[in-house]
Design a protein around this ligand. Sequence first.
Ligand code: IMP
Length: 207
Amino acid sequence: MCPRAERSGRARALAVPAAQGVDRVLITRARLRRRIRELAAQLSEDYAGGEVVCVGALNGVICFLADLMRELSVPAPVELVHVDRFLEGGSHTVDMPNQFREGLRGRDVLIVEDIVDTGVTLRALVDKVRAEAPATLKICALLDKPAHRQAEVHLDYVGFSIPPVFVVGYGLDYEGFYRNLPFVGVVDSAVWPPALLERPKSGSNLD
Ligand code: IMP
């Protein structure tokens, strides 16, 4: 797509009511689709002849996981994990209360993540999966935000590396809003962290 057409596509994307409060499109729907096809082609090649159990953390991963798995040409059973995050004494703790429905022992497991920021959530998920003794464990993240990393994690497949901005859309939310946007957008960096953001209001200047 030529830059001009892409620009007007971005402006149109921001005009939808569900995007009120989003300042700009960072990754268009078309770029997401293209990159996910590339990732799926690579994964299908790497797991050819076998299967890959995709483990996803709810809720942010829903769009990415649904699109990625439909592009895979190998069998791909799915396990979903609920994640509760708390801020305790200034540090970030993670609880994952549910058990995997099927055992992961001896299986090839791929953790599918929406976004890796500090890495604390992914580290906890890696520990939970490792405790099941899979044969192999790899990680595929749609978005990598390395600037704030606190926990050591190795990402085997990355969709896009992005700057330290707060993004929404394509499954990612701010207080439950914006998950249904078909693109990844940026919420005003001037008011980041997100706790300072207001909820979207009707009648914003993005109408
Ligand atoms: P981490 O534990 O700091 O790596 O954060 C991972 C989780 O925080 C993700 O699975 C998201 O749910 C959430 N998160 C981190 N950055 C963003 C963002 O920019 N937008 C929306 N959610 C985010």
